[in-house]
Design a protein around this ligand. Sequence first.
Ligand code: NDP
Length: 389
Amino acid sequence: MRRVSVFGATGSIGENTFDLLSRRADIQVVALTGGRNIARLAHQARALRAEIAVTAHDDCYDALRDALAGSGIQVAAGTQALIDAADRPADWVMSAIVGAAGLVPGLRALSRGATLALANKESLVTAGPLMLACAARHGGRILPVDSEHSAVFQALAGEDIAAVERIIITASGGPFRSWTKAQLEAATLAQAQVHPSWTMGQRITIDSASMFNKALELIETREFFGLDPAQIETVVHPQSIVHALVGFRDGAMMAHMGMPDMRHAIGYALNWPARADLPVARLDLAALGQLHFEAPDVERFPALRIARHVMELRGHAGTAFNAAKEVALDEFIAGRIGFMDMARLVDRTLDRLMSDSALTAPVQALETVQAMDQMARRVACDLAVRPVT
Ligand code: NDP
């Protein structure tokens, strides 16, 4: 029987994974992890008869233990417990913790030779070379779960990467697609938290509104598929039906289409290399009528411009970018900076770090990634207390 663990089980990706796993009798669930949503974690652990449930927070241990009392399911808490859970033998591991916290559990799973279904794009953005080297060294495998990267992965099946001219990942444009710069300056948290086509966690939803999510995905594309930045593009496609396109040197273009439902990409990774029935709505092209595409505007969405710079710099620039972006997002959620200030803060953090040779030094060890992550957070926090305009 296949053994499966889910990191970030209580989140949006985690719930979609739970839905698919609930329909399968041929899978043994090893570990489920969450953060503060203890009721949901306990419910999932009971429903899937998991071996262990882990909360990332020590202070949630008692609540989780009480919620699972009498179930026979083991309980653990804390950062080390997450790592220990990743060490437990599971063939397939879903990496769906949000943010840089997802990196180490994913690396641990890969170092056991597991297949890592990777939703946590921050892992590739911050430590792409480490992730790929770890998988190669230990016989692990990374299967992309981000819908755009899953789409590219599927379009590339049976193809030679050398024949690829360009990759185009689509962007819905988020709730502010047609807003003016002045309107964006005044955008509120409530307005940024509503996505027109996808239902996702709070942080990625706001990142979609600012296009920082697309910026992360551009970098993720570069890290995972290994193309030059000039070969990687994004196009705005508000319907979120075409997830990505791969252009080949003969001019042919393969597009991946499907309804915006993350169970597609998760299910593809779960069933890979086979395909199996999935409970997702089917496309009705005639009802859709037409597909709309438009060029992205880097003036209104500077995250896309910053991503280009980061892709050129490589080294630890992705780590610094992600860390600064996480700080900027925290500041925006807390109401301390405005919507457009997020990009300004990230820009200024990278500018400040440009004089440090560590920024562009090749990523070879987890320690240097963690050091850059900490340094960029310090710099961003320091800059955030001053006006960023
Ligand atoms: P959510 O915010 O919905 O869920 C995040 C999960 O991580 C929850 O289980 C949460 O626990 C847990 N968590 C939060 N902080 C920590 C921490 N410090 N340590 C350990 N666990 C933690 O996020 P999403 O599901 O939306 O996104 C997860 C990842 O997948 C992100 O990297 C995102 O970019 C990526 N992704 C998401 C997509 C989507 O459709 N949602 C699409 C493509 C990629 P709790 O809630 O219990 O506190």
